[in-house]
Design a protein around this ligand. Structure first.
Ligand code: AMP
Length: 306
């Protein structure tokens, strides 16, 4: 599945984290997580991710190897004295809603990203979920950026709204979930929220709706893809980041934003996210064989072709 000759550099900034997660049926402590981990591994099946981020001394070579095994470039990941970002969450009985119990930024608090020279010409940039100030600092150094996508979450909408609005002015594609879209815009419905958010800067908006699929609002068209129908959800954590990684990985490898390519990117994001939720941490998206990914994509396409 991982192409040998990947000519599509994709610059990704985001969190590299330890996640402690409790679901209605199971739990895990300090497993590898973070928006950049999920997004870069998902994107690695389609492009050459170059990750910018920071970890503490508790982040071992084993954790790093999950990305390196997928040929993710980690030259832009700093390891410094201190503790890695830690997130703790608990899902409600339906696996949909969750409470964040702890967000410890740790080494991210004093992170001042400096992009390796080799990263600066990447034509596609994914500003994964992390402090908007950091997303902006990365964008300012990405001189080759021609397509910029951004993901964020409630935490940053609440605590760093002004910086987020600032960076949104420079973004082509925003990916967020439906609750965040409503929270960011103050609108009541997803459709109203979309109009409001696109006026803030992003030409394209992808609203992720969990088990109800994803909608892309663009200047020329609105596209919708349902989620895969899954019987074995283990842990939804990282589904959004994985969706984003698959979506932007697909776009970076195709170099177009026409309707068919955007639709293909939605399908890719959906398929990758479906693997993520079937296991804890990044386990569901590591080492996927081409046939498995293609098989699931065919299943999804068959479901929406009448
Ligand atoms: P998702 O389930 O796609 O919303 O993403 C969950 C992932 O985001 C987890 O792996 C967390 O480590 C990471 N995360 C949670 N809160 C934040 C935050 N405030 N900033 C950056 N990453 C976060």
């Amino acid at each position: 599945m991982i192409p040998d000759d990947r000519r599509h550099p994709l610059l990704i900034v985001g969190s590299l984290a330890f996640d402690s997660v409790e679901t209605p049926t199971d739990k895990v402590e300090r497993a590898l997580g973070g928006s950049a981990s999920f997004a870069s591994i998902a994107a690695s099946y389609y492009s050459q991710p170059q990750v910018v981020g920071i970890v503490g001394t508790d982040f071992t070579d084993h954790h790093m190897s999950r990305m390196l095994d997928h040929k993710v470039d980690t030259a832009g990941v700093e390891r410094v004295a201190g503790e890695t970002f830690h997130w703790r969450g608990r899902y409600h009985s339906n696996f949909k809603e969750r409470d964040t119990l702890e967000t410890a930024l740790n080494v991210f608090e004093s992170f001042d990203p400096v992009l390796p020279e080799a990263y600066r010409d990447a034509p596609v940039v994914f500003l994964g979920n992390i402090a908007p100030e950091l997303q902006l600092k990365v964008l300012e150094q990405a001189r080759g950026a021609r397509l910029v996508a951004l993901d964020t979450m409630n935490f940053w909408i609440e605590t760093a709204r002004d910086a987020l609005i600032e960076v949104l002015k420079r973004v082509d594609i925003l990916l967020i979930n439906d609750e965040e879209a409503v929270q960011l815009s103050g609108a009541d419905s997803v459709v109203e929220a979309a109009a409001h958010i696109r006026a803030l800067g992003p030409k394209y908006l992808v609203i992720k709706r969990g088990e109800y699929g994803a909608i892309l609002f663009g200047p020329d068209s609105t596209l919708y893809v349902p989620a895969m129908l899954l019987s074995n959800v283990v842990d939804p954590t990282g589904a959004g980041d994985t969706f984003a990684g698959g979506f932007i990985g697909h776009l970076s490898s195709s170099g177009s934003l026409d309707r068919a390519t955007l639709g293909g990117a939605l399908l890719t994001g959906t398929v990758m996210a479906s693997f993520a939720v079937e296991a804890f941490s990044v386990d569901g998206i590591c080492g996927l064989k081409a046939e498995r990914v293609a098989g699931r994509r065919a299943e999804l396409e068959a479901m929406i072709r009448y």
